[in-house]
Design a protein around this ligand. Structure first.
Ligand code: CMC
Length: 434
């Protein structure tokens, strides 16, 4: 690395006889980045970084992670402080607009979100086209994508007002969509949103109320759910967020972009891990079976992984997992089910894994999904609803990142290159001579 005449720090790359000076930019915190955009034009080479382990794809001012220190900030605020003192809609405001709201701004935002919680009545028929045994994530990908067929007045990415309405609509409607996907899967009537309730209370209401009875959401569970939402609200350029940005880079409408994000989130290496983790803990069943599963996780010939363990960025601890573990203890304690066998297996599995050389050397720690499923299970959600709840929570992150991208002057259509390893040029042979 060096300094050129204009004080612009540069990195020098020599490829054969070509020397290229690449600018280095500094962030407000975190590692510097080397701008390689002119590399191909000047040196006729591409960089090669499958899975983007060393590649920054954009400038962003939303979320910061220090994976070595186990730090996560939303707009500069540590996640532990927000989880303790804030609430999900306030975090939504913070992520969307960059600052914490004052009381009047918060009231106005809450008002705007609650005025958009209903779905166009015709969307009910869309739900009814799915099989009852469809996974709620499958239904969500379809219904969220279909929003672009219903809300034509918020599809224009170039119009700030339409972008704003689309953002509010998605934050407001995702809980309704997820709850209805659940209701449909169990054959119960759809429950309409109730705007006198808080964001998380309303979701519990739409999932667990039935028309035949009164339902009052349990405030302890509503608070715990709200905290789960805050902890999942954004995580910088993870797989689903990058999917949303890439889809958005072509100019696709915001509903289509978020549907793409939901599809990506579903995978077990990403948001699908919370469902997979609880199913794994149940399969282990008792603490005496843990060593068998640890052995399998370490076996190179066995595809089994400890779900809820490991992270691409966190190499010390996942700060969200620490809050989640504490929350699991609190919620199960308050519900009087602290002797829950799944929680016992989880704690013992964590203890054993954290003392094991394999996990220590590979820096594998419990992630956010390790304890979240235990809380959601205690609330009465089936495992198939865990990832939809992650999707509701992450919606604000996806939208904030999409909005940031749309107004970024450096933004062009995302288009990675490749190292081609297929056949070289060859001539077509007619079928009779093959
Ligand atoms: N159990 C056993 N071994 C593991 C695990 C695990 N959970 N995670 C990683 N490893 C091993 C892996 O086999 C590899 O070993 P080696 O170097 O000998 O080949 C090494 O650790 C590095 O793993 P990697 O797959 O190269 O790491 P990655 O950064 O590409 O993957 C991960 C990160 C989260 C996909 C991965 O750790 C994993 O599959 N974990 C289980 C699924 C999970 O809990 N996902 C939720 C992530 S947090 C929430 C979210 O992002 O949505």
């Amino acid at each position: 690395m060096g300094t050129d005449m204009s004080d612009q720090r540069t990195a020098t790359l020599t490829v054969g006889n070509t020397r290229v000076e690449l600018p280095i930019y500094s962030p407000t915190i975190g590692p510097d980045v080397i701008d390689i955009r002119k590399l191909y034009a000047e040196a006729d080479v591409f960089t090669f970084d499958p899975s983007f382990t060393s590649t920054a794809s954009c400038d962003s001012a939303i979320t910061y992670i220090d994976g070595d220190k186990g730090e996560l900030y939303y707009r500069g605020y540590p996640i532990e402080q927000l989880a303790e003192q804030s609430h999900h809609l306030e975090v939504c405001y913070l992520l969307l607009y960059g600052e914490l709201p004052n009381a009047a701004q918060m009231r106005d935002f809450e008002n705007r979100v609650t005025r958009h919680t209903m779905l166009h009545e015709q969307i009910q028929y869309f739900f009814r086209g799915f099989r009852r045994d469809a996974h709620p994530m499958a239904t969500m990908v379809g219904v969220v994508g279909a929003l672009s067929a219903f809300y034509h007045d918020s599809l224009d990415n170039n119009d700030p007002w339409q972008r704003e309405v689309a953002a509010i609509r998605m934050i407001a409607k995702l809980p309704t969509i997820a709850a209805w996907a659940y209701k449909y899967s169990i054959g119960q009537p759809f429950i309409y949103p109730k705007n006198s309730l808080s964001y998380s209370e309303n979701f519990l209401h739409m999932c667990f109320a039935v028309p035949a009875e009164d339902y009052t959401p349990n405030p302890v569970l509503a608070k715990a759910l709200d905290r789960i939402m805050m902890l999942h609200a954004d995580h910088e350029q993870n797989a689903s967020t990058s999917t949303v940005r890439l889809a958005g880079s072509s100019g696709a409408n915001p509903f289509a972009c978020i549907a793409a994000g939901i599809a990506c989130l579903w995978g077990p290496a990403h948001g699908g891990a919370n469902q997979a983790c609880l199913e794994m803990l149940r399969e282990i069943g008792t603490v005496d079976r843990i060593p068998e599963y640890i052995r399998r996780a370490k076996d190179k010939d066995d595809p089994f992984r400890l779900m809820g363990f490991g992270h691409r960025v966190y190499k010390n601890f996942d700060p969200r997992a620490q809050v989640m573990k504490q929350s699991a203890d609190e919620v199960l304690g308050l519900l009087g089910i602290e002797n829950n066998p799944t929680l016992r297996v989880a704690k013992e599995l964590e203890r054993i894994a954290l003392e094991d050389e394999y996990f220590i050397s590979k820096k594998l720690y419990p992630n956010v999904d390790f304890y979240s499923g235990i809380i959601l299970d205690a609330m009465g959600f089936p495992t198939s609803m865990f990832t939809p709840i992650f999707a509701i929570s992450r919606t604000v992150g996806w939208i904030s990142q999409w909005r940031e991208m749309v107004v970024d002057k450096d933004q062009r259509i995302g288009r990675p290159r490749q190292r081609y390893i297929g056949p070289t040029r060859r001539d077509y042979t007619p079928v009779e001579s093959r």
